[in-house]
Design a protein around this ligand. Structure first.
Ligand SMILES: Nc1nc2c(c(=O)[nH]1)N(C=O)[C@@H](CNc1ccc(C(=O)N[C@@H](CCC(=O)O)C(=O)O)cc1)CN2
Ligand SMILES: Nc1nc2c(ncn2[C@@H]2O[C@H](COP(=O)(O)OP(=O)(O)OP(=O)(O)O)[C@@H](O)[C@H]2O)c(=O)[nH]1
Ligand SMILES: [Mg+2]
Length: 470
């Protein structure tokens, strides 16, 4: 949990601490004395000045651009002071140390420390301040972290949309509609003897239907956004020698896993994240499944099963050159039974028929599942499309906003409360209290997304996952 203090904070604000330019950033209530110590003068608000950054004895540590964003017009809403220096780790550490030391020194003008309490920021603390000072809401703060962590272009673009407030705006539109309805219900509850039926007059039922369909659209885009952020885990499973490792390599376009004609080659789990239309797929190659007396192979098979049990989708590989043999088919049937008993029904198992190139031209490939050749690449594109389908990816024309599982879950709770509210309204008079309560709960769930109604521990978890300097 991040401390909620108003202490001034400082951090090196570059991802790796090494680049051609690096920034040391300070946020606090009144930074003028510190700025004077490092720059030797006051800075024009929001304008870059090129000057030496002064050490204790006045000698320059580096020369660079200094910026002062006076409160409240800054990223954090506090006074912000930036030193944009050369990006070496040592020079940035020197500047950081100089800021801390200068802050503790007595300001000749006041006889007090220049900036009492300056300390190094914890991860996420700058963004947390921007949130606490009302500069951004919680969904936007999360979008900053997601933008920095984005692993694909599509994820970065949609995080940027969330950061600009596109997602928050939609949540606010839903909130407004909900608040209007709540007022209506409360008014009806307050004047029970009134002749006119407010609810009927204002078509409360119609408003609920409209709200539901607005919500469905937001849910759809948030689900797609969460998919872009989190991706799905796809586990390749099957008998030894089925071509699992070859398929991983073909999907990844690199020789990651060892391929050999020896059955039981793979023992360790090998995984690689690939992307299809910007959707990250975490593809996992596993040891071939069979009864084995080899101790090492047994460990590998146990690991395979634990991967399979954590999968969002399973690619069940069958070797086309052997699948007609009764013993082979029997072993596949046993594996199919185990998959069915160990996986929840919601996890799709895709039958993949491998080594299509080695199949005699006279023999037609099975019409179920996907037939492919890791060697020639035939069928790989079909498999990619099938995987996108299984992941539930549908490109949304207006673009999606990057969302998190947390948001998708909150939206599902809103959906449940609206459904209950609709039922209570249909039953009318005697259930108006319950209707009001469901609307209130729906509003709370929406407020959790933007952080207007967030438990402190939730906020702590969210911000502590940021990188340092954000
Ligand atoms: N040098 C630098 N680059 C950076 C950041 C930074 O802190 N420093 N950012 C850090 O994440 C991002 C930009 N985010 C920012 C958000 C708001 C304000 C800001 O000054 N807002 C004021 C004024 C707005 C205006 O003039 O329109 C405000 O909101 O009142 C600055 C940076 C990315 N690039
Ligand atoms: N002709 C042909 N051979 C393939 C194809 N894919 C894999 N093979 C061959 O099948 C054999 C086994 O391939 P692997 O990818 O190692 O099989 P695996 O399922 O990972 O095997 P284990 O790790 O032992 O479980 C190797 O000799 C591969 O060259 C293919 O598409 N066509
Ligand atoms: Mg293998």
């Amino acid at each position: 949990m991040l401390a909620r203090t108003a202490d001034p904070i400082v951090a090196i604000a570059t991802a790796s601490g090494r680049g051609s330019v690096g920034i040391v950033r300070v946020s606090g209530r009144e930074l003028a004395p510190l700025i004077d110590a490092l720059c030797g003068r006051a800075l024009k608000p929001r304008e870059a000045s090129y000057l030496p950054f002064r050490d204790a004895d006045g000698s320059p540590i580096d020369r660079g651009l200094a910026l002062h964003f006076p409160a409240p017009h800054s990223f954090t809403g506090e006074d912000v002071f930036e030193l944009q220096a050369h990006g070496g780790t040592v020079v940035l550490q020197l500047l950081l140390a100089r800021c801390l030391a200068a802050a503790a020194e007595t300001d000749p003008a006041t006889g007090r420390p220049r900036l009492a309490g300056l300390r190094v920021a914890e991860p996420g603390e700058f963004s947390q301040r921007a949130f606490l000072n009302g500069k951004i809401d919680l969904a936007q703060a999360e979008a900053i972290a997601d933008l920095i962590d984005a692993s694909t272009e599509a994820a970065a673009r949609s995080a940027s949309r969330s950061l600009s407030g596109a997602f928050s705006d939609e949540i606010h539109t839903l909130l407004e509609a909900l608040v209007r309805l709540r007022m209506l219900v409360e008014a009806t509850l307050d004047f029970p003897d009134e002749e006119i039926d407010f609810l009927q007059e204002a078509d409360a039922a119609g408003q609920l239907v409209a709200l539901q369909s607005q919500l469905a659209a937001v849910q759809q885009r948030a689900r797609q956004g969460a998919l872009l952020r989190e991706g799905i885990k796809v586990v390749i499973a099957g008998q030894p020698n089925a071509g699992k490792s070859s398929l991983l390599n073909a999907l990844a376009g690199a020789e990651l896993a060892i391929v050999s004609a020896v059955a039981g080659t793979t023992r360790d789990v090998v995984s690689q994240t690939i992307q299809i239309q910007g959707v990250p797929l975490h593809v996992v190659d596993t040891a071939g499944l069979r009864d084995s007396v080899d101790e090492v192979e047994q460990i590998g098979i146990a690991r395979a099963w634990s991967q399979i049990e954590g999968a969002d989708a399973v690619l069940f590989l069958h070797d086309l050159t052997r699948s007609a043999a009764p013993a082979y088919a029997q072993a596949d049937a046993e594996i199919a039974g185990l998959l069915a008993s160990r996986l929840p029904a919601s996890v799709p198992v895709i039958d993949v028929w491998s080594k299509l190139d080695a199949l005699p031209a006279t023999q037609p490939p099975p019409d179920s599942g996907v037939s492919l050749s890791a060697r020639t690449g035939a069928g790989i594109e079909t498999l990619r499309r099938r995987l996108l389908e299984v992941a539930g990816w549908q490109a949304v024309p207006e673009g999606v906003y990057l969302a998190r599982a947390r948001h998708v879950q909150a939206l599902s709770r809103v959906e449940e409360h609206i459904a209950l509210a609709t039922a209570h309204l249909a039953a009318h008079a005697q259930l108006l209290d319950l209707l009001a309560e469901e609307l209130r709960l729906a509003q709370n769930a929406l407020n959790e997304i933007t952080g207007e109604f967030g438990a402190d521990d939730l906020l702590g978890v969210i911000f502590s996952r940021f990188c340092i300097g954000k």
